[in-house]
Design a protein around this ligand. Structure first.
Ligand SMILES: Cc1ncc(COP(=O)(O)O)c(C=O)c1O
Length: 372
């Protein structure tokens, strides 16, 4: 199988470590090692010096899987396979799909969620949001065919920040159940609901014929640990996932697993930290949006660290983003990297320096001729 370039990752690669101001990051402010260790109350870090830097258990450290299990209601540690989040997508698509299968996926989206299927030779139908960036279950219903094998969903959604209600998620699951369709549910932005009442169940808790993905990269501000997990109650899927992982990473990084246990034991504090940064930043963006409402079409999401406002500007959004990064060093992701035709940009508001970056963006906007 030949895999196509990942447009978003290639765009990031160009600017992530050279542009001084990132306005499209999807993760929350990464913790320093010092910050994370300061949260350790169970003494794990005291034993770090004695940690054997050998191979680790392929499914993941049992204590780590115990902690992950507490994030779910109907799972046991045996239903959890830890790995790198992106690896989880690649492996799942490979074990679930064959050439010729029909797949339905939320779109726009994180490219690997549909690109791996396309490159395997599947036919992929896109479940797209309406003008207000809301996903309608009725639209999904229209896309289901007798040979639909897999439904790929991602809520809270990258890049729009859109959510379903629990009732809508249940309808989606029932639709899949009725049509014997497997669901792959990317839940990387879970636990970032601004109102806990909007928190969605994990699909792996609701539906046996599913695989869910979550990890420490976004909500927990620890993408550098490269630690995530797949959850499924389908033991046949689990065996096939484990078998495939032998050809990718085999097992996790021993130190990341220990640091991951600390983060999960202290999840309330870590998540509260992320949400507090998001709340401060949202107030800043809302004020910017009010002043620029003629061209910057903002709506505050219900969850997550990203949104996808429409830009009503003269000329192309790609040119705007290029000029902005060249002149001011502010990186904004244009809609083109998502293969999405409507003129949107992804804004990330999980990082602490958002107010400073927004100031620089504002100084560009004030001098720009393309903004009415
Ligand atoms: C929706 C979604 N899924 C999966 C991933 C992959 O996570 P990671 O980069 O930590 O492997 C990302 C990263 O941006 C994402 O946004």
């Amino acid at each position: 199988m030949k895999i196509s370039p990942f447009k978003l990752e290639r765009y990031f690669d160009k600017y992530e470590f050279s542009a001084p101001y990132l306005l499209s990051s999807s993760d929350c402010e990464p913790l320093t090692l010092e910050e994370l260790l300061s949260l350790d109350t169970s003494g794990i870090s005291a034993g770090f010096g004695k940690t054997k830097l050998g191979y680790t258990e392929s499914k993941g450290n049992p204590e780590l899987r115990e902690e992950i299990c507490k994030l779910y209601t109907n799972l046991t540690p045996d239903d959890i396979l830890t790995l790198v989040p992106e690896e989880g997508i690649f492996i799942s698509m490979n074990i679930l799909l064959e050439k010729g299968d029909h797949v339905v996926t939320t779109f726009p989206g994180y490219q690997s969620l549909y690109q791996v299927a396309v490159d395997i030779g599947c036919e992929v139908s896109k479940w797209e949001p309406d003008e207000n960036l809301n996903f309608q279950v009725g639209d999904l219903q229209q896309l289901i065919r007798p040979n639909t094998k897999l439904l790929v969903i991602n809520f809270p959604h990258n890049p729009t920040g859109s959510m379903l209600t629990e009732k809508e998620l249940t309808q989606v699951v029932e639709l899949a159940r009725k049509n014997n369709i497997t669901i792959f549910s990317d839940e990387m932005y879970r636990f970032m609901e601004y109102d806990e009442g909007n928190r969605l169940s994990s699909v792996s808790d609701l539906y046996e014929n599913s695989i869910s993905l979550f990890g420490l990269s976004k909500t927990f501000g620890l993408p550098g640990l490269r630690l995530g997990w797949l959850t499924t109650r389908n033991q046949e899927f689990m065996q096939r996932l484990i078998t495939f992982k032998d050809y990718t990473t085999i097992c996790n990084n021993a130190l990341s697993e220990k640091l991951g246990i600390i983060a999960l034991q202290q999840k309330e504090a870590v998540i509260a930290r992320s949400l507090s940064i998001i709340q401060t930043n949202l107030a800043e963006i809302e004020s910017f949006a009010k002043q620029n409402s003629s061209w910057f079409k903002w709506r505050t999401p219900k969850a997550g660290s990203i949104a996808f406002p429409k830009l009503d500007i003269q000329g192309s959004v790609m040119d705007f983003c290029q000029d902005l990064v060249n002149k001011k060093g502010v990186m904004l992701l244009p809609h083109n990297v998502y293969d999405f035709s409507r003129p949107h940009v992804r804004i990330g508001f999980g990082r602490k320096n958002l107010p400073e970056v927004l100031d620089v963006f504002n100084s560009y906007v004030k001098d720009s001729a393309v903004v009415a």
